[in-house]
Design a protein around this ligand. Sequence first.
Ligand SMILES: *Cc1c(COP(=O)(O)O)cnc(C)c1O
Length: 355
Amino acid sequence: MKKINFGAGPCILPQSVFDLAAEAVFDFDHLGLSILEMSHRSQAFVDIMEEARSLVLELMDLDASTYTALFLHGGASQQFAMIPYNFLKKSAAYIDTGVWSQKAISEAEKVGRVETIASSKEDGYKSIPSNIQIEHAYDYVHLTSNNTIYGTQFDTFPSFDETPVIADMSSDIFSRLRNYAAFDLIYAGAQKNIGPAGTTLVVIKKDFLRQVNELNRFKFLDYNAHIKAESMLNTPTVFSIFVSLLNLRWIKDRGLTSIFSENQQKASLLYDTLEKTEWILPFAEPSSRSSMNVTFTIPDASHAALFDSYCKKHDLHGLKGHRFIGGYRASLYNALSLSSVKILTDLIDEVNTHV
Ligand SMILES: *Cc1c(COP(=O)(O)O)cnc(C)c1O
């Protein structure tokens, strides 16, 4: 019995993607080879890489003459280091909206001067800071668009005038319509809406590359080296990139507009149910709530036990909150259907009749 997976990542992907991926493991495109044994230099894989890189730009409505897309290793976490390594010269501005931003800040501090220009630490990261101002020039400003652990999300982004903007979009990329052209660098670990764990998407504005530190010593940490090698500086994560391509095609077929609208319906249905349920407390402030990760607590232990037993009975998986904040978290990534969210909200209503 397939469970309904509300896990935060690695996460649910469309069933058709699982099916096609499984097929390719046995025989890729009738070539008589498994995708797992194919050379990354084969024409078949070069085509996969090129289609994936261009589909990313197409879905983001970005032009290949101004932006370039890379599939790198190391997860979003390696980008925490690679970004300052390449772009931090005098000082960088960071917005602190929780653990992932803080990890990015702590890596950048090893490279140069970092100023935290806004933070929601004071309220336990239940919100996104408002009135974010840039006071002077920085090499770049960094933000986390969706805070997977706390369930907060930038609905719109502040304007930073001339300062280049970098965003960790690991957990909400391709979940809604965004003006991606407002960013100079966007990165995301694949395992939450792009594909399976293993690869990391990095999209860079070509103009911004002029700012790269010339003192780079490590080739593997140099964006320009990866671009020059067409995202194949060494053996790429072949399978992860292939399955990501399958998922990107699925996103294109459905269209970002319709995905966005379904994601909004899913989130409103769940938040409305949480709001009207007395024994459940939503975690994030209403104005900062994420449409991807919905966090809540059930303060009464007997209610929590009853809710847990219903989830188990209905094969709902992955609802446990992150170990840092506890409670519960329902992740509503693209492949999770509205009807799956309805199963959760019906279950909450059912528990409600027993408390
Ligand atoms: C999951 C996550 C990360 C970490 O990603 P890795 O690929 O495991 O390094 C970073 N930032 C955000 C917002 C995340 O959700």
